[in-house]
Design a protein around this ligand. Structure first.
Ligand SMILES: [Zn+2]
Length: 54
């Protein structure tokens, strides 16, 4: 599963829970940016936890 952002082909590492839209799977860098918006909750994917720690 790749990041859902356009022109990004990094592997998805985080699920974003967005109150006004469907949940999205994004890579760690995009999660950092998008996760700053009010209401969005960034939930790291358990099977990607190892990659986030590298
Ligand atoms: Zn991305």
């Amino acid at each position: 599963m790749d990041c859902s952002e356009p022109d990004c082909d990094r592997p998805a590492a985080v699920e974003l829970h967005i109150p006004w839209a469907e949940n999205r799977l994004v890579c760690a860098p995009h999660a950092r940016v998008l996760g700053r918006r009010d209401g969005i909750v960034a939930d790291p994917l358990p099977d990607r936890a190892d990659e986030l720690l590298e």
